[in-house]
Design a protein around this ligand. Structure first.
Ligand SMILES: CC(C)(COP(=O)(O)OP(=O)(O)OC[C@H]1O[C@@H](n2cnc3c(N)ncnc32)[C@H](O)[C@@H]1OP(=O)(O)O)[C@@H](O)C(=O)NCCC(=O)NCCS
Length: 192
């Protein structure tokens, strides 16, 4: 049985990720999701792009050990009726080190990312997942709307959080990888 070390959120710090964190974050996500994680449909949305560092967060101990991370990416939302395209956000991957789960670190991290998104007044933000934790910060299922993932994958696990009604979400649409030249407004935002 895994021995869980206690790490109160008050003993941790949150910051934006940096390029040098990549190997540590990849190892964390592999431990949390398993090494086959890249086969999931959401990964097709991230191919060829980079996380938006100013909206993403890592959680670390005072000694600098990374305990969790949550990344945010730019993606496109296309209406399959009108063809209209909007720039939106994709949340994930999101993970806490397996030895530190169940101590509210994930919720702290999730709240920090949603606060950053709200402060920059960007959105809506989509994710693919079923964890009940997402409802705590305002994510909701899309039904009766239907949003597909790349490759015709059914988006029945897609959730959305749109606190400010930034755009009209289509009744039938698809999420697609971003077109870099449309994303300057996200990448151009200075990290805190
Ligand atoms: C999901 C994850 C990031 C949550 O982090 P965490 O630190 O363990 O979660 P927290 O302790 O902050 O949980 C906050 C609340 O969410 C609930 N919760 C978290 N994970 C849950 C799960 N898998 N199922 C049901 N409830 C869950 C907790 O019970 C807790 O509820 P409470 O406040 O009523 O006690 C972490 O479990 C993880 O890394 N899992 C593996 C990767 C993963 O599945 N990521 C999400 C992909 S969709």
């Amino acid at each position: 049985m895994t021995k869980h070390r206690q790490t109160p959120a008050s003993a941790t710090a949150l910051r934006c990720p940096e390029a040098e964190d990549t190997p540590v974050l990849e190892a964390l996500f592999d431990r949390a999701f398993g090494p086959d994680r890249h086969s999931k449909g959401a990964y097709r949305l991230r191919e060829g792009s980079s996380p938006i560092l100013s909206l993403s967060r890592v959680m670390q101990t005072q000694g600098g050990e990374i305990l969790g991370a949550a990344l945010v990416w730019p993606v496109l939302l296309r209406c399959l009726i009108s063809g209209a395209i909007n720039d939106v956000l994709l949340f994930g991957p999101f993970a806490v080190d397996p030895a530190r789960q169940g101590q509210r670190l994930g919720l702290t991290l999730l709240n920090a990312v949603m606060d950053a998104i709200d402060r920059q007044s960007v959105g809506p933000v989509f994710l693919v997942g079923d964890n009940p934790i997402y409802k705590r910060v305002g994510f909701a299922p899309l039904a009766p709307r239907s949003i597909m993932l790349p490759g015709g994958i059914d988006g029945d696990r897609v959730k959305v959080r749109d606190q400010r009604g930034h755009i009209r979400i289509p009744s039938i649409g698809e999420l697609a990888p971003p077109v870099p030249e449309r994303m300057n407004r996200f990448y151009g935002t200075a990290a805190e």
